[in-house]
Design a protein around this ligand. Structure first.
Ligand code: SF4
Length: 103
């Protein structure tokens, strides 16, 4: 399964070592803090990502599994139909409510 690089911005002190080890996925902003490319890391880049993680002096980097979106975030065909029906609105809890007739 693919992995993505994650940054703990609270821990990061902006030394910038990671960007030199993994320039394919990490760049530095104008203050020297890393900007992480969230695309999956695969193949030969995995070893370089692990090296960047190991060299970070404050342990601010990690590799995380790319997981499926949570089930409540997936849209079913019925959901798509409900969105297309102008007479139905959806509450934040996901239940349908019927719009009151206009006067
Ligand atoms: S090596 Fe660690 S502390 Fe330094 S910029 Fe990268 S994540 Fe931040």
């Amino acid at each position: 399964m693919a992995k993505t690089l994650r940054l703990n911005p609270i821990r990061c002190d902006g030394y910038g070592i990671c960007a030199f080890v993994l320039p394919e996925r990490i760049s530095l902003d104008e203050w020297g803090y890393p900007v992480i490319d969230s695309r999956p890391i695969q193949g030969g880049l995995v070893a370089d990502a692990r090296r960047a993680i190991d060299l970070c002096p404050v342990l601010a980097l990690s590799l995380r599994q790319v997981s499926d979106p949570p089930s409540h975030a997936r849209e079913t065909p019925n959901d798509a139909h409900a969105h297309a029906d102008p007479d139905h609105l959806r509450t934040t809890a996901g239940s349908k409510i019927r719009r009151s007739p206009s006067r």
